[in-house]
Design a binder for this molecule. Structure first.
Ligand code: F6P
Length: 365
């Protein structure tokens, strides 16, 4: 194998956490230390730790026993872009480019390479660091599965399993009380979690951002079910779902975040509207961050391990400034900057939509 001129590696986890991050960190450190005799450092709390110079050695013992642990031992942050870092100038908050300081914090430790495990926001900054001459390798993560360029991200499988288990539990209480239960799942502007958990959990209606719904169609559907003796319905709603001609429901905005918008609350609005239109008892539950927590599924552990190992192999083979991806079942990589401004949404002709429709699931249209 052609050895690349990699001396010391720093690894960081940025953006919202997800199950499987620790499995990547473990794979990176173990491959780097065991296989290539390299030194690895851990950056705390994503780019925030890089800015604040919180970087510590990460050895074999630090990553032992973390494969099954959710979250990230390094910590994460999704409000600290080094290129637009908010600082106070007198009483006014302004944005400053502190990326040079970040480079100093790495170079004074002899670190020449950074492995950035993150989503789209993390990759935009990673690409900007690559332009400044730092050797970068990106590893994609997100429960949303919406990162462009890769068929799958680790975290998604665990999140959709958690959401499916919640739907399974809601079935019994919905059935006992002859209710319409709406379960809201995460996913930002993409409906992957809702589609997969909705189908796996046998939801009667699945609402995703890619297919704007018609409220009357949903009401007619649950009434028709009730007339046929199916006295309860389960509706799986993506947080980004919206009515035809309508808007997504924004819960909060955080102006220092790469994507300032936080969606949430659609299920509660829908429950009220549906109760008024049908006269049925409707209840909503938003699963929220429960979907980001817990132990990673075996699928996510294996995917994350492969991503971490492959990131190291690419680096050692001189392939730099790339993003590890899974394409058609094979590990691959794409140029780092390629994902910027793009998201992977559910195509309307996705086979799972067709299968769901064939078994009688409504998409509210
Ligand atoms: O991108 C992951 C995700 O969990 C989304 O599904 C959700 O919209 C968002 O992050 C929530 O962000 P935060 O943790 O900042 O509330």
């Amino acid at each position: 194998m052609a050895k690349a001129k990699i001396k010391k590696i720093a690894v960081m986890t940025g953006g919202g956490d997800c199950p499987g991050l620790n499995a990547v960190i473990r794979a990176v450190v173990k491959t780097a230390v065991n296989y290539h005799g390299l030194e690895v450092w851990g950056i705390e709390d994503g780019y925030l730790g890089l800015i604040e110079d919180r970087i510590h050695p990460l050895g074999y013992n630090d990553v032992s026993g973390i494969l099954t642990v959710g979250g990230t031992i390094l910590g994460s942050s999704n409000t600290s872009n080094p290129f637009t870092y908010p600082i106070m100038l007198g009483k006014k908050q302004v944005q400053k480019d502190v990326s040079e300081q970040c480079l100093v914090n790495l170079s004074k430790r002899g670190i020449d390479t950074m492995i950035c495990i993150g989503g789209d926001g993390t990759m935009v900054s990673a690409a900007a660091f690559a332009k400044k001459g730092l050797t970068i390798m990106g590893v994609p993560k997100t429960i949303d599965n919406d990162l462009w360029g890769t068929d799958i991200t680790f975290g998604f499988n665990t999140a959709m399993t958690t959401a499916t288990e919640a739907i399974d539990k809601l079935h019994t209480t919905a059935s006992s009380h002859h209710r319409v239960m709406l379960v809201e799942v995460m996913g930002r502007y993409a409906g992957w979690i809702a589609l997969y958990a909705g189908v796996a959990g046998g939801a009667d209606v699945i609402l995703i951002p890619e297919i704007p719904y018609d409220m009357k169609k949903i009401a007619d559907y649950v009434i028709a079910r009730s007339k046929k003796g199916r006295r309860f319905s389960i509706i799986c709603v993506a947080e980004g779902a919206k009515a035809k001609g309508g808007k997504m429901v924004v819960a909060k905005t955080f102006k220092n975040s790469p994507d300032p918008i936080r969606l949430g609350g659609i299920s509660f609005l829908l429950a009220d509207q549906l109760a008024a239109m049908t006269g049925l008892s409707c209840r909503a539950v938003n699963l929220g961050h429960i979907q980001r927590g817990g132990i990673p599924s075996p699928y996510d552990r294996t995917l994350a391990t492969q991503f971490g190992h492959y990131a190291m192999e690419l680096l050692m083979n001189g392939k730099i400034n790339r993003l590890v991806v899974m394409k058609d079942g094979k590990l691959n990589s794409i140029p780092l900057g390629q994902t910027a401004g793009r998201i992977k949404t559910v195509p309307k002709n996705h086979p799972l939509i067709a299968a769901a429709e064939a078994v009688g699931t409504s998409f509210g249209i």
